[in-house]
Design a protein around this ligand. Structure first.
Ligand code: G3H
Ligand code: 13P
Ligand code: ZN
Length: 332
């Protein structure tokens, strides 16, 4: 049993409070390996941004939860070594059972998500409440994110054919009954690199897909119901066209890719949205550079020469997001 404080981590309480009053959002970047962690920390130290390191069930399977926890400890020390201590949260992304949340809490995670959004409302309330009771009764309070509403999109461990927007009429009851610390909502974002079907989009003069706008009307209604309560947006990658085109230029095939425009995320970050989840954009950046190096330098076989430049690109991407999209730069 490890407490997150022993690892130098923080929970989300204070950083969310500051983010809401300051009109910005904390980046929640998924990581599965050392290079992603290094890129996240380099970017967040350089831009002086707090950060949430997220671990999905898929990441636990791929990299092992204990290794990821020790990487988070290493991340805190790495930031210190780079010359600037930033708040670092280690968060379980899309926990789907009490057991996985308990396991992560006992391993040293400072925050967990219990995603009961696929269950009935009553089951979601009961499960989320159970996780909160456990997390909040720890010696060091562990914060819990719940979810109401369902996002569309498909990834390894997160999938749903259709999205169901969050019903503003449910949020007060859910928050009061469960005692969650933050709430993920569904207002039109979606997981993965193809967030909408082409027939849900329009096209610009170059044939590039333009997605339907997020439902800011629902977000405003939710904010009226629970003023100042921390809201989370999942599925918030922008799917930069440059990476999609680079991947396709160097042999990949990513038909009908479309993400959430940066201006819409910037607008959301100025509201009670205080955590924005980004995974797919990092995958696209790494894949684009690795494909480029493989094609342009066919004699190269040192993995560091493939993954190193991908790490540099990732760092650039995260720094850009902190500065220009989430507004978290300068807030640590
Ligand atoms: O929301 C899901 C994250 O992008 C994690 O994806 O389950 O493939 O690790 P993953
Ligand atoms: P993206 O697929 O849009 O990056 O969303 C990631 C996410 O929501 C992780 O929980
Ligand atoms: Zn998600």
């Amino acid at each position: 049993m490890t407490s997150y404080k022993e690892l130098g981590l923080v929970n989300t309480k204070d950083i969310f409070k500051k983010a809401i009053s300051g009109g910005y959002a904390i980046p929640a970047y998924n990581f599965n390996n050392m290079e992603q962690m290094q890129a996240i920390i380099m970017a967040c130290v350089e831009t002086k941004s707090p950060v949430i390191l997220q671990v999905s069930a898929g990441a636990r399977k791929y990299a092992n939860q204990n290794i990821l926890k020790n990487m988070a400890r290493g991340a805190v020390e790495y930031a210190h070594e780079l010359g600037y201590d930033i708040p670092v949260v280690l968060h379980l992304d899309h926990g789907d059972s009490f057991e996985i949340c308990k396991d992560c809490i006992e391993t040293g995670f400072s925050s967990v998500m219990i995603d009961g959004s696929h269950f009935s409302y009553e089951e979601n309330v009961a499960l989320t409440k159970k996780v909160c009771e456990f997390a909040h009764s720890q010696k060091d309070y562990v914060t819990v994110e719940g979810e109401l509403g369902v996002l569309a999109g498909v990834e390894d461990d997160v999938s749903s054919e259709h999205s169901h927007y969050t019903q503003p009429s449910e949020v007060v009851d859910f928050v009061n009954k469960t005692k969650v610390d933050s709430l993920a909502i569904s207002i039109g974002t979606s997981h993965g690199r193809a967030k909408f079907k082409p027939d849900q989009c329009t096209r610009d003069a170059n044939g590039i897909l333009i997605p339907p706008p997020l439902r800011f009307d629902i977000l405003e209604e939710i904010e009226k119901q629970i003023p100042g309560f921390p809201i989370v947006l999942h599925g918030s990658s922008s799917v930069p066209i440059e990476y999609v085109q680079m991947i396709e230029k160097f042999g990949g095939k990513l038909t009908d890719s479309v993400g959430i425009p940066e201006e819409q995320l910037r607008k959301a970050a100025k509201s009670a949205v205080c955590k924005i989840n980004i995974d797919s954009d990092g995958r696209l950046a790494m894949t684009a550079i690795i494909r480029k190096v493989l094609v342009e330098q066919p004699e190269e076989f040192d993995p560091r020469k493939l993954i190193g430049p991908a790490r540099d690109e990732l760092k650039k991407l995260y720094a850009h997001k902190n500065q220009n999209v989430l507004g978290s730069a300068g807030q640590a």
